[in-house]
Design a protein around this ligand. Structure first.
Ligand SMILES: Cc1cc2nc3c(=O)[nH]c(=O)nc-3n(C[C@H](O)[C@H](O)[C@H](O)COP(=O)(O)OP(=O)(O)OC[C@H]3O[C@@H](n4cnc5c(N)ncnc54)[C@H](O)[C@@H]3O)c2cc1C
Length: 469
């Protein structure tokens, strides 16, 4: 059996493992062993559907040390006028280049693709087995980094939690481009980001909106992509949205009133105005995409699917008819399946999770920086408070409160403030710092942001006490 020694044994070379390793490489002299079941880095992007794209700008995705994309503003299409969104193929090629051109030439990284991590013993020895040659390798490590915790689930690899009869036309969205004969109609199962992507793809390919039935167990609050642009020309959108968010929270009389205000100020969008969202997964969307989706009128709100049969679909609150010639598309995988929280630093185990809402790669890079620069475990965990992942609408309160607390703590620390300013995955600190005192309009936005942040935090605590009380 082969034996290796390393400082960090990193399990998972998805976006989080890659962002973590990148900072360890640039900020320490440590050695690393990277292990992953897939043949290439990038995690779930290896098995994503062919028409997948990032839903937030490429400008702040990937690893800290390398730009993703060219910073262009897209012209035409449903992301017109907004920062480019890398395709799945571009994201995969990017991570491959990071491994080949940066990690491996450093001489400090050993990469084992096509290998399953089997587990670790109490004396810091991890083992993994090649899925190709069956050989097992033992690794003596100082720290184990578990970048598999979030258990990202995508339609091509998950098992639906409903039954499908044999003669039903059913496929994950990955197989859509293989269609060779137009079906009688389409049923899209799921209303998260992948369900949205399928509906947009069908409409883009000229499918009549009336031929699409959209099974939507819950409507979702969505984030306007215009407000997530990390470059100066979008200051008035991005920072204004932040200020308006804090104002909305601070001035709300109730949780319901808070959501109303967040929608009225443009922070949240919803597709269908007549139904109150109950879900929030942080999906990001452009207004042009919302307008397209509203063309689909046939929305089924009868809960979750329990079975698809030859001539009917059974749902929690009733059945709807279907036909053998209708195509049923599975978009029911929950992107991040594991919402269990644990301390990020626990002895020799590091478990990267979110420390800033909606930002997995920034979070992994930040955690690596704290690992590289701080000693005391309690202090490291204080600086890396876990931001819970949202599911229900009210989870927005929990993760916003946790994220604001982290942001406050980071703001008190000079070294962290300057790291944030330099790190490309944090577009927003730079944006805030880029304005000059004579720019009165932008200064006014920053003043609103500052003035409302403490009142918003206090209000969130009050609402959370009501929810938990
Ligand atoms: C369609 C889609 C679009 C998205 N768009 C964005 C976006 O625009 N911006 C954004 O910030 N986020 C986006 N996300 C969120 C996305 O989940 C994260 O960006 C990120 O890719 C998650 O990376 P990860 O490393 O946590 O997980 P994964 O990509 O799942 O990586 C985990 C890795 O661990 C490996 N692994 C697991 N168990 C083992 C084992 N026992 N042995 C060996 N290897 C193992 C797996 O093979 C995998 O490679 C998107 C997600 C989806 C699904």
């Amino acid at each position: 059996m082969t034996e290796l020694q390393t400082d960090y044994l990193i399990i998972g070379t998805g976006a989080m493992g890659m962002a973590f390793a990148d900072v360890v490489l640039s900020e320490t002299d440590a050695t690393m062993v990277l292990v992953d079941r897939y043949a290439k880095p990038g995690g779930h992007w290896n098995v994503a559907y062919p028409f997948v794209r990032l839903h937030q700008p490429s400008a702040f995705y990937g690893v800290s040390s390398r730009e993703l994309g060219t910073g262009q503003i897209e012209v035409g299409g449903l992301n017109d006028g907004l920062g480019e969104l890398a395709s799945g193929a571009e994201v995969s090629a990017y991570f491959d280049a990071v491994i080949r051109q940066q990690f491996l030439p450093s001489g400090r990284v050993n990469y084992f693709p096509m290998s399953n991590f089997d587990g670790a013993s109490d004396d810091n020895v991890g083992t993994f087995t090649s899925l190709i040659n069956g050989k097992t390798t033992r690794v003596k490590y100082k720290k184990l980094v578990d970048c598999t915790h979030l258990k990202t689930s995508v339609p091509s690899t998950h098992t639906p939690n409903f039954t499908v009869a044999d003669d039903v036309r059913f496929m994950p969205l990955n197989d859509l481009p293989k269609i060779s004969e137009p079906p009688e109609g389409f049923v899209v199962i799921g209303a998260g980001k992948t369900g949205i992507d399928v509906c947009l793809w069908l409409l883009e390919h000229g499918v009549d909106p009336d031929d699409i039935r959209w099974i939507m167990p819950r409507d979702a609050w969505l984030i306007d992509r215009k407000n997530t642009q990390p470059t100066i020309e979008f200051f008035g959108d991005t920072m204004e949205a932040q200020a308006a968010q804090f104002e909305s929270i601070a001035s709300a009389d109730s949780i319901e009133d808070m959501f109303d205000k967040l929608e009225a100020c443009g922070y949240f969008l919803r597709i269908y105005k007549d139904t109150r969202p109950q879900m929030f997964h942080g999906a990001t969307i452009s207004q042009a995409e919302v307008a397209q989706l509203r063309r689909i009128k046939n929305v089924v709100r009868l809960g979750r699917v329990s079975a698809i049969e030859r001539d009917k679909i059974a749902l929690d609150r009733g059945d709807i008819p279907t036909t053998p010639k209708t195509l049923h598309i599975d978009c029911s995988a929950r992107a991040i399946a594991n919402v269990e929280l644990k301390p990020i630093f626990q002895g020799d185990l590091i478990t990267p999770q979110m420390v800033r809402s909606y930002q997995p790669v920034f979070s992994a890079a930040f955690i690596a920086h704290i690992e590289a620069t701080r000693e005391d475990e309690a202090e490291k965990n204080r600086l890396c408070g876990v931001v819970p992942l949202p599911n229900h609408d009210t989870d927005y309160l929990r993760f916003t409160a946790a994220f604001m607390m982290n942001q406050y703590n980071w703001g008190q620390d000079k070294e962290i403030r300057s790291w944030l300013l330099e790190n490309r995955l944090d577009g927003f600190s730079k944006l805030a710092k880029s304005i000059t005192k004579d720019d009165t309009e932008k200064m006014a936005i920053m003043e609103r942001l500052r003035a409302n942040s403490f009142p918003a935090m206090a209000k969130l605590q009050g609402f959370l006490a009501q929810l938990d009380g």
